[in-house]
Write a protein that binds this ligand. Structure first.
Ligand code: HEM
Length: 217
């Protein structure tokens, strides 16, 4: 049987952008957990020594913030909830049993909710991170504000780490999703099953492209 052509979901630049953010996140989460809890202090050796971890952590935070901001600019338009996503969110139990619900576009309700959660956490981590960054910026702020910022930084990190665990689990659980961010493509069956509205939009785009090519040749 002839295999149907694959659909492009992410271009190379998008994938590099995503994996730079993911790489920074892993380094930040490991070193951050090392600072946060004394039993995890050994994790600060990820950069060779705790001192180096303390120096590198904020700079990598800046790289992740810029990288995520570019991802945000790429995807915010696709992440507004519509009534089909609300239906999807209300049927989570059915979805966890492996059935799909609703006429879903490029992202489902869970992915969209996760996108806004990630955006809020990254923004909070960036703002609070600047306020607590000794010796550069912290001296510019009053001590009570630095204490509040420390609390915000830790809470946002715990929420983001939990969110990313769900993000990765979902990407592995829905078979055929990981190749979208590694090779940039998905099968038509995957698209039809999990994102039927996006599938129709892509097929329509292909049809128009082919028609345009025929007319010019
Ligand atoms: C560390 C391991 C990670 C893996 C294995 C992973 C995997 C994936 C995959 C497979 C997709 C495509 C999903 C689809 O198109 O349906 C995706 C999308 C995405 N990922 Fe990740 N990811 C990881 C980390 C991160 C991190 C740390 C962030 C940000 C803090 C992030 C942000 C995003 C965003 C914004 C999208 C686009 C989806 C949307 O806009 O809703 N990812 N990821």
């Amino acid at each position: 049987m002839k295999q149907q052509p694959l659909l492009q979901r992410y271009k190379r630049a998008e994938r590099i952008n995503h994996w730079v953010v993911a790489g920074c996140f892993v380094l930040l989460a490991i070193s951050g957990l090392g600072f946060f809890y004394s039993s995890f202090f050994w994790l600060t050796n990820i950069f060779g020594s705790p001192q180096l971890a303390r120096i590198f952590h904020p700079f990598i935070g800046i790289v992740m913030f810029i990288g995520f901001f570019i991802l945000f600019l790429r995807y915010w338009r696709h992440n507004f909830l519509d009534k089909e996503d609300v239906r999807w969110l209300k049927s989570v139990k059915t979805i966890l049993k492996g059935h799909e619900v609703g006429d879903i576009g490029k992202y489902n309700g869970g992915q969209k909710a996760m996108f806004w959660l990630m955006s809020a956490c990254v923004a909070l981590l960036f703002i609070s991170g600047i306020i607590i960054w000794r010796p550069y910026f912290a001296p510019l702020f009053p001590i009570p504000l630095i204490r509040i910022a420390l609390l915000v930084h830790c809470c946002a990190a715990v929420v983001l780490i939990s969110g990313i665990i769900i993000h990765v689990y979902a990407a592995i659980w829905v078979k055929g999703t990981i190749p979208s961010m590694v090779e940039g493509v998905v099968s038509q069956e995957w698209a039809k099953k999990h994102h039927p509205r996006w599938y129709r939009e892509m097929m329509e785009k292909h049809r128009r492209q082919e028609q345009g090519e025929k007319e010019t040749s």
